[in-house]
Design a protein around this ligand. Structure first.
Ligand code: ADP
Ligand code: MG
Length: 426
């Protein structure tokens, strides 16, 4: 009996120990599960919140999982999003993918349109357990910016070319202008001589010293040379030529001013001259759609880089011309530019009666590459550059006022000197 009671007691102790063990293990498993669950929900959150698109494909190339960004990238409207690797990445062979891969490729969206993407993939498992984890970044915006940058670089190259040509044309224009001026003086001198000759003949005639044969010879010379016509028209023709040459010389000079002859130099300069040069160079851009009125007050010298200010005014005039060309109105287009002295500096206003800047884009127009114009016409760089030049490099201010259907005024304020620029910045 004693023996049995002891056995029972031992068995009961064993059961108690086992129960304790099971309880401990259960708690451990429970704790481990909680950790796993926390990690899983954390990873899920990471997966879903990633801005790049992530897919997990099974060994048959069908989607097992995809995050929100992936659905957004391929999904269009209410169409069911595509689920086959072969459809989404038509240029890649699922079977041939290296275990680690990074390439630029095309992605096909639900509606059959394509997006350029950077494709990255890694594989795990093998056989039927194989999984391909793919991540993609949309490159369309990058490509668009690259396109615009190339366009801008092309424009810059064309600008340099124009400045170079202007430089070359400058010398022959000088020859032509000097030559025509000389010829005009010759004609004037000849006319004076001719008048003296006619007066001499008149005197001889009144004294009866010219025979009938002399008179016939004189009349014949006058007729052959058509002298009256020549002296009436030649000075006017020379005048017209000189005006034309003067205009060409003006354009060439203005173009050359754009080539930054003094490099990065800031020197006391006449801001009005930058406005006049810009107006001349931009003539081709606006003359079809608008006339340009300058109302320039005498300005004190402003410490500035004239080459940069040329660019600023050129951009503002070209934008004004575009805005006028874009509007629906019948009234004549007008761009007016005023310059005024104001305390501590000067203020230039470039006003157009164009379409105005729509509310939705007002906060963005100074952003680099922001444009509402088609590629080729707009680079989105004009106002960004103008802003940098006026505000960062000259310590000034570039602002605008606009009203839809009425027009827009861009206002450039420049301090007179760098000292003011410094104290303003401080
Ligand atoms: N005078 C203006 N009137 C109306 N909109 C303008 C005017 N100037 C600029 N904008 C708007 O600002 C945008 C950015 O101008 P800008 O930086 O010069 O680039 P771009 O002229 O190449 O488009 C333009 O695309 C246009 O929408
Ligand atoms: Mg522009």
């Amino acid at each position: 009996m004693d023996v049995n009671a002891r056995r029972l007691e031992r068995a009961e102790r064993k059961v108690a120990i086992l129960e304790q063990l099971i309880e401990d293990k259960t708690r451990e498993i429970y704790d481990a599960n909680a950790v796993i669950e926390k990690d899983r929900s954390f990873l899920n959150r990471v997966f879903e919140s990633m801005s790049s698109a992530v897919w997990v494909f099974n060994f048959r190339g069908r989607i097992e999982r995809a995050n929100e960004a992936a659905f957004t990238l391929v999904g269009v409207g209410d169409e069911p999003p595509p689920i086959e690797f072969a459809y989404i990445f038509p240029d890649l062979q699922f079977e041939d993918l290296a275990p680690q891969l990074r390439v630029e490729t095309r992605l096909c969206r639900g509606d059959g349109s394509y997006l350029p993407v950077m494709f990255g993939a890694t594989t795990t498992g093998s056989g039927p357990d194989l999984q391909l984890i793919v991540n993609c970044v949309d490159l369309s915006e990058k490509k668009r910016l690259e396109g615009q940058l190339q366009n801008a670089q092309k424009l810059e190259a064309v600008g340099q070319l124009a400045a170079g040509v202007a430089h070359e044309v400058n010398t022959p224009i000088q020859f032509i202008s000097d030559g025509v001026r000389f010829l005009k003086e010759c004609v004037d001198d000849l006319a004076t001589g001719w008048t003296a000759r006619s007066e001499l003949f008149d005197a001889l005639r009144s004294r009866g010293l010219l025979s009938a044969a002399d008179e016939r010879a004189i009349a014949s010379i006058d007729n052959t040379a058509d002298v009256d016509f020549l002296f009436a028209e030649a000075p006017a023709a020379a005048e017209r030529t000189l005006r034309g040459v003067g205009r060409v010389a003006e354009i060439v000079r203005a173009l050359r001013a754009f080539a930054h002859p003094d490099g990065d130099v800031c020197a006391p300069s006449d801001v009005n001259s930058a406005i006049r040069d810009a107006a001349i160079v931009a003539t081709g851009e606006y003359k079809q759609v608008a006339s340009l009125k300058l109302d320039l007050e005498d300005l004190p010298s402003v410490e500035c880089n004239l080459g940069e200010l040329n660019q600023v005014f050129l951009n503002l005039i070209v934008n004004a011309a575009h805005a006028i060309a874009d509007r629906q109105l019948e009234s004549p287009g007008l761009i007016s530019i005023t310059s005024r002295v104001e305390p501590g500096g000067v203020c230039v206003r470039v006003t157009d009666n164009g379409a105005g800047v729509p509310e939705a884009v007002r906060s963005r127009i100074f952003e680099p590459f922001f444009t509402t114009k088609p590629l080729g016409k707009g680079t989105g760089q004009g106002l960004a550059l103008a802003h940098t030049m006026v505000e960062m490099r000259h310590g000034g201010q570039l602002t605008f006022e606009t009203e839809l259907g009425v027009g827009t005024t861009f206002i450039v304020r420049l301090p007179l000197s760098r000292m003011q620029k410094m104290s303003r910045a401080a």
